[in-house]
Every structure is written in structure tokens, then in C-alpha cells.
Design a protein around this ligand. Structure first.
Ligand code: SF4
Length: 335
């Protein structure tokens, strides 16, 4: 026998695109809700949202909004970060199973053990981490400001950098520091964008530009390759979300190969219909991002599912490192 929830899902799935979008907007108004969608969400979710961007930009938007409810169409650590910055607001994550393989690659217990082996070291955590790991960290960073954050630490201090090994290696190269210890985590989606994929696609489209996206919270295999000089210079551009969108508007290339999760292509194609934007690896889709379906988003608005709560003391400790991240790297840098 169908439950009420099953019935709701079936009827929501049966809605046409326009009817669904009208329903979403109607419920958003009724709930006094703002809908924030990550760049890697499905195109229809991006199109119905109040704001689209990366986790940091959306967290800033969450903190600045006076809406009573924040619906975060993204993954769990992003909704947690929004809750840290907007503790008095109701934050909803439409699908609570929407996690992140990179964030899962280190736990707070593992970090405490690592710190114990390096007393006095400064912990720099990428934003793709749980709130508990952020609470154990000194500074949080994105890939756009990771180098600046690391450079803000006195050269004599050891640094524990986590959890992305590719971003860590990139930061080591750019800062020239030999006292950075890097956690060997990775995002399974970006790990699938292999050096072979890149070389094959560049060989197929030799006139194409290459955009490598260093964010989404994910530092990628592609970023690592670019740092090593394995990709052709001059046509390889490492760009943040804003930088990528800006470059998309102004490029005169007929083709641009994009090395990141494929959801980003939607915003790039909207920005410039004269250039063809193609994925380096079309299979680079985040299964967690895909969990937010149109029906799941509508149900979240209608039923208030699923509220994100963070222990106030953990949030207080995590907020220090998150606020340090926000302070370094202005929004104009296109994060
Ligand atoms: S693409 Fe990778 S880093 Fe980004 S949310 Fe998905 S699993 Fe996490």
C-alpha cells in the first residue's frame, strides 16, 4: 500500500516542468524560504533557485539573507556551513543522504590523532569537511584562497593540510613550503577525470581552451596536472566559479573543454551560446548532488524536510575557522 509520502512523490514526479517550477516558487513564498543551488545540481534545480554558486558563495548568501528558511540544494557539509553562519535560521537539506566522499575521507577522531603526532602544527581544512572536523581546525579554506591562507601562517609553523591530496600538492608547489603535511583524501568524482581523459580530449580538440575548475570544494586531478605542466600552456586556465563564468562570457574559442563535475556546464552554456562547452569526462557526475531531484526539492519545501542542526558548541568552534576563510578572498574574486 502506498504511503502519503509515496503518493506525494509520485504526484510530484508527474508534474510538468513549468507546473513543478510554479509549485516550488509558490511554496518558497509560503515558507519565506530562499533556495540555494550548488553549481553541480541538476539544471532544473539551478533554474528554479534564488542563487546558484559554489559552497562558499552560497554560504555567504545564506548569511546575508533574511529569509526564515534556507533550502540548500547541495550536500551535507554545505548545509552545515550555512547553519554555522546562519544559526538562527531553519536550514533544510532536501536529501539527508547527500554526502561527500571527500568530506568523508577524514573524521574528527582521525584529525585529533594526526594533531597529536604534530603538536603545535596549524590545521588548514578545505571547506569540504564535516562540521566536527572544522571545529578541530584552525583555518578553513577554499581552493581559491588556499595559497593565501597557507601564506598567512608563519613560515616556521608546521601545517596539517586536509583532506584533498591534489589541492595539498598544488599548495605545496605554489608556496614552496616543505613543512606542509597533506592528508591523502580525494573526491571520487574528480579522481575519475584522469590524465588520460585530459590528454585524449585535448588531442581530439587541439584548438580548444581548457577550463579547470579548482572549486566546488573539489581540487582535482586536472588541477594537479596543470600544476605539473602536463597540459598545454596558454590554453589551460585554472579558474574559480566566477572566473570560469567570466571567461565563458568573453572567450572567442569555438570549443572549451571543462574539467570538473558536469553540472557546471549548465551555467557556462547559459553564459555563452556561441562557444561549445564540453566535459573532459562526461561521466564526472556527483551521485550525491544528483540525489536532489525536482520531487525531492518540492517535498522539502512542502514538508520542511530535512532540517539541519549543529551542536552549538561544535558550531561555535567551527565558526572561527569558517570566518577566517570568508575573510580571505573577497566575493569579487568570483568564488
Ligand atoms: S563532487 Fe566530489 S567533492 Fe563535490 S560534493 Fe560530490 S563527492 Fe563531494
Amino acid at each position: 500500500m502506498s504511503t502519503a509520502r509515496d503518493t506525494a512523490t509520485i504526484s510530484d514526479d508527474a508534474l510538468g516542468d513549468e507546473e513543478w517550477a510554479r509549485e516550488v516558487r509558490r511554496w518558497a513564498t509560503r515558507r519565506d524560504a530562499i533556495i540555494l543551488a550548488h553549481n553541480y545540481q541538476r539544471p532544473e534545480i539551478q533554474d528554479v533557485a534564488d542563487a546558484v554558486g559554489d559552497s562558499l558563495a552560497l554560504s555567504r548568501r545564506a548569511a546575508a539573507s533574511d529569509a526564515a528558511v534556507i533550502v540548500f540544494a547541495g550536500v551535507a557539509f554545505m548545509a552545515e556551513t550555512a547553519k554555522i553562519l546562519a544559526p538562527d535560521r531553519t536550514v533544510l537539506l532536501p536529501e539527508p543522504r547527500a554526502g561527500c566522499s571527500l568530506a568523508d575521507s577524514i573524521t574528527a577522531d582521525q584529525l585529533r590523532a594526526w594533531k597529536a603526532r604534530h603538536p603545535g602544527a596549524v590545521v588548514v581544512a578545505y571547506v569540504n569537511t564535516s562540521v566536527e572536523v572544522k571545529a578541530e581546525s584552525d583555518l578553513c579554506c577554499t581552493s581559491a584562497n588556499a595559497v593565501e591562507i597557507v601564506n598567512s601562517v608563519p613560515a616556521s609553523r608546521e601545517i596539517l593540510f586536509l583532506p584533498d591530496q591534489f589541492l595539498g600538492a598544488h599548495v605545496q608547489r605554489l608556496t614552496g613550503r616543505d613543512n606542509i603535511h597533506v592528508w591523502m583524501g580525494e573526491c571520487h568524482v574528480h579522481a575519475e577525470i584522469t590524465p588520460q581523459d585530459l590528454r585524449e580530449r585535448v588531442a581530439q580538440l587541439p584548438a580548444a581552451e581548457l577550463f579547470i575548475h579548482p572549486e566546488c570544494g573539489c581540487t582535482t586531478t586536472a588541477l594537479w596536472m596543470a600544476g605539473r605542466g602536463d597540459l598545454p600552456p596558454g590554453r589551460t586556465r585554472v579558474l574559480s566559479t566566477g572566473g570560469m563564468l567570466e571567461a565563458a562570457r568573453t572567450t572567442t574559442a569555438s570549443h572549451v573543454l571543462v574539467a570538473t563535475e558536469t553540472g557546471m556546464l549548465h551555467q557556462l552554456r547559459r553564459a555563452n551560446s556561441a562557444t561549445r562547452f564540453e566535459p573532459v569526462n562526461p561521466a564526472a557526475q556527483c551521485p550525491y548532488m544528483q540525489m536532489i531531484t525536482p520531487a525531492v526539492l518540492l517535498r522539502s519545501l512542502r514538508e520542511g524536510t530535512h532540517e539541519v542542526n549543529v551542536d552549538p558548541e561544535v558550531a561555535r568552534r567551527a565558526r572561527r575557522s569558517v570566518e577566517a576563510m570568508i575573510a580571505v578572498g573577497a566575493p569579487s574574486r568570483g568564488e
